[in-house]
Ligand binder design. Structure first.
Ligand SMILES: [Zn+2]
Length: 225
């Protein structure tokens, strides 16, 4: 027991003195490095950014993306965008600009890089564009007349419809989900990768409302389907 305590003490000193260097994103308390490979801590780190706007904007500043901070849109009647960011250039072109919370922006940027790797692996081509269906929408879950506000109401969500590749191919959630094909395997991998960064990931297997897109959000619910 005493030896164990001495060992732990020495380890703590070594870490404190930086005799041992922990690679980026391996320490739960350190800053997030969005241009370094994610670890199993990624979603935990992203949720940390959601709770700390200054750390979130700093993480975007240190990453190789162009973005801008958005004016505060105070939440009224459950709708608004409080710590907002817009990507203007990142790993992959998007079908159009969209505004999300800063933490969503960080998660999207990290996920994009993974999807680019998956494109090369499964499709043998570079990802050329991601088509989205929007982020901010002042509405309830499933656009119901009553019930809780959707994560879209605070721009804490984005919907992804399809992917275009440098070789001209297009893969859509509607046409290719569940197929035993290159495209189907790419989509399954992109969906699973999203679960490493976002709290809630809903696709066609969740319900028919998601037949044509992946819904990605940073709400409290942990769902990966
Ligand atoms: Zn959605």
């Amino acid at each position: 027991m005493a030896l164990l305590l001495i060992g732990l003490g020495l380890l703590a000193i070594a870490l404190h003195q930086t005799w041992i260097r922990i690679p980026p994103n391996w320490q739960p308390w350190g800053p997030i490095a969005l241009d370094e490979p994610p670890t199993w801590l990624a979603r935990y780190q992203i949720n940390g950014l959601a709770a700390d706007p200054q750390a979130c904007f700093a993480a975007l500043d240190h990453a190789a993306l162009d973005w801008r901070q958005l004016a505060e849109r105070p939440i009224e009647n459950g709708c608004g965008l409080e710590v907002g960011a817009r990507i203007t250039r990142s790993h992959v072109p998007w079908s159009g600009p969209f505004d999300t919370t800063c933490a969503m922006t960080a998660a999207i940027y990290w996920w994009e890089a993974e999807v680019q790797d998956l494109a090369r692996l499964h499709m043998g081509s570079e990802l050329a564009r991601i088509d989205h269906l929007g982020s901010y929408a002042c509405r309830n879950i499933n656009s119901a007349d009553s019930g809780r506000r959707s994560q879209h109401a605070t721009a804490n969500a984005v919907d992804i419809a399809s992917f275009r590749f440098a070789n001209g191919r297009e893969v859509s959630v509607l046409a290719d989900w569940g197929e035993d094909s290159q495209a189907g395997r790419f989509l399954a991998a992109a969906h699973d990768a999203a679960c490493d960064f976002f709290n809630t990931v809903l696709g066609p297997d969740y319900n028919s409302l998601h037949a044509n897109h992946f819904h990605l959000d940073l709400g409290r619910a942990r769902i990966c389907r």
